[in-house]
Write a protein that binds this ligand. Structure first.
Ligand SMILES: [Zn+2]
Length: 87
């Protein structure tokens, strides 16, 4: 089994429809809330699940899902504005 390299395999579209015609300051903050900067201006979605110690899980999401592999409940992403790079 190969390791899931979500850090490098996920890339955000620059022309995301979520960044058009919105209050940028507020939206930017909200937009970053569930993501982490992984370098090169790229962001990766974080899991965001609340762990047993009360902290937010910042592990990368399982590809195509809304949670990391550890918290995945089968809920899939419903947007396609994350592009998965072919390797
Ligand atoms: Zn998690």
């Amino acid at each position: 089994m190969t390791k899931n390299k979500t850090n490098t395999d996920l890339e955000l579209h620059d022309d995301s429809p979520y960044e058009v015609n919105i209050d940028f300051d507020d939206a930017s903050r909200c937009w970053r809330e569930n993501k982490k900067h992984v370098g090169n201006g790229q962001f990766q979605y974080i899991c965001g699940a609340t762990k047993t110690n009360g902290k937010i899980c910042i592990r990368g999401r399982k590809m195509g899902f809304t949670r990391c592999a550890g918290h995945c409940n089968g809920e899939r992403m419903d947007s396609d504005w994350l592009r998965i790079k072919g390797r």
